[in-house]
Design a protein around this ligand. Structure first.
Ligand SMILES: [Zn+2]
Length: 147
């Protein structure tokens, strides 16, 4: 069953119920449909309102800039990954001076050796001395690599 809004040439509108669109078409062709007000058989189907007044798509609201998420401290796994990356970077770009780190760092600091990025190991005593002498260096925890 379909319901159509129908209109006659005099703009009388009325509803017509039909088993299907084909039936409506047939009845209209045979002038079996007449205006209940004036009797006109020149009936036209009014397009459904919803087809005429197509709801305009609302423009999407301006994208709100996402609030910067508060910097969460890295999880242990993330921290480890960061460390691994840093260590990898150092390995690639820094000269490995091994246990001579404190000595080399001091030489570089005092201009006795070529200034270059170095990495190596230092004892707690050595790092303490370097710090006291004002030799710039950073210590990094060694990531424990899963085998
Ligand atoms: Zn009419």
């Amino acid at each position: 069953m379909v319901v159509y809004n129908l209109v006659c040439p005099k703009k009388h509108s009325f509803e017509g119920w039909f088993p299907s669109f084909e039936d409506f078409q047939k009845q209209a062709d045979r002038k079996l449909i007449s205006c209940p007000t004036c009797g006109s058989t020149k009936i036209e189907k009014v397009p459904h309102a919803c087809a005429v007044h197509v709801k305009k798509e609302q423009p999407p609201p301006p994208a709100k800039k996402p609030e910067p998420a508060p910097a969460a401290p890295p999880s242990p796994a993330e921290f480890k990954e960061m460390l691994i990356r840093v260590h990898h970077y150092i390995k690639e770009n820094y000269e490995d001076v091994g246990s001579r780190f404190a000595e080399e760092a001091r030489h570089i600091h005092h201009g006795k050796a070529d200034e270059r990025p170095i990495h190596g190991t230092a004892t707690a005593q050595e790092t303490k001395e370097l710090a006291e002498e004002g030799v710039p260096f950073v210590t990094l925890p060694k990531p424990e690599l899963d085998s």
